[in-house]
Design a protein around this ligand. Sequence first.
Ligand SMILES: NC(=O)c1ccc[n+]([C@@H]2O[C@H](COP(=O)([O-])OP(=O)(O)OC[C@H]3O[C@@H](n4cnc5c(N)ncnc54)[C@H](O)[C@@H]3O)[C@@H](O)[C@H]2O)c1
Length: 260
Amino acid sequence: MNQVPLAHKTALVTGAGGGLGRAIAEQFLLEGANVVICDINQELLNDFKEKVSAGYPECTLVLETDITKEDALDEIFEKAEKMFKKIDFVVNSAGMMDRFDPVGEMEKTMWDRVLALNLTAPAMVTKRAVNSMVKNEVKGAIVNIASVAAFRGFTSGAAYTVSKHGLLGLTKNTAVFYGPKGIRCNAIMAGAMETNISKSFQQTGINMEGYGLMRQTFPEETFVSVEVEKVAKLVTYLCSDSGSIVNGACWTADGGVTAN
Ligand SMILES: NC(=O)c1ccc[n+]([C@@H]2O[C@H](COP(=O)([O-])OP(=O)(O)OC[C@H]3O[C@@H](n4cnc5c(N)ncnc54)[C@H](O)[C@@H]3O)[C@@H](O)[C@H]2O)c1
C-alpha cells in the first residue's frame, strides 16, 4: 500500500494551531502532503512549530493570521503559492461557538463575530482557493468543517446554528459550480469533540436555558466524544483519489448520536 498517498500535494488548513485543525494538519503530513497552517493564536502556533514542524521542516508553513481579514487571506495564498507552487486542498476548520443564546437574547456583536468567522471567512477562503486551483490547473478539494448544528435546530445558539447551516449551502453551491472544473467541495458535520472550542464561551458566559436545550440533543447517557484524529482521516479521505466520487456531500461524523 502507498504509505504517502498525498505526496507532492499541499493542504491549507485554517485554525490549525490546535483542536481539530491541528489533527487534520498532522494527518496530511503523515500521508505525505505539505501543509500551510494558519491560526490567530501565536501561542498555539509556537507549540505547533516546536512539536510538529520540527519533524517536517521542509513541509510546513506556519502563519499567524486573522482569517476574517481579507488582506490577510491574500497574504496566506501568496506565501503558500510562493513556497509550494500550488495548493491542492483547503480545509476550513477555524471556528468559534456562541453562548447558546436563542435569537431573542442574542447580542448583535456576537452574531457578527460568529458569522464573520464561521461563514464569511470560509466563503472568502473558498473564493481564493477555487481561483488559485483554476489558475494553477489543480484538480483540488475543499472540506468545510460544519457540525451537527448544520442540520439540527438547537445544538447551539442561533448564531452558530445559522453559520453552520450556511456553510452547507456554501459547500453545495461550490460543489455544483466547480465540480465540472475538477474541484470538489464537501462538508463534515462533526459531533462533540474535545478541543479548545469551549474557551469561546468560557470568555463570554453561557445561556443556561440554551445550554439545557443542547443537552437534550446530547444527553449524558448517549453522549459520544468524537476523536479529532478520526475526523482528520475523513478529511484526508475526502481529499484523496479514493474520495474522488464524493462531491457536495455533507457527512455526519458524530458516532450516530443524531441518527435517531
Ligand atoms: N469541538 C466541537 O465539539 C465541535 C463540534 C462540531 C464542529 N466543530 C467545528 O470544528 C471546527 C474546529 O473547532 P475546534 O473544535 O477544533 O475548536 P478550537 O477552538 O480548538 O479550534 C479553532 C481554532 O480556530 C482558531 N481561530 C479562531 N479565530 C480565528 C481567526 N480569526 N483566524 C484564524 N484562526 C482563528 C483558534 O485560535 C483555534 O485554534 C470549528 O469550525 C467548529 O465549529 C467543533
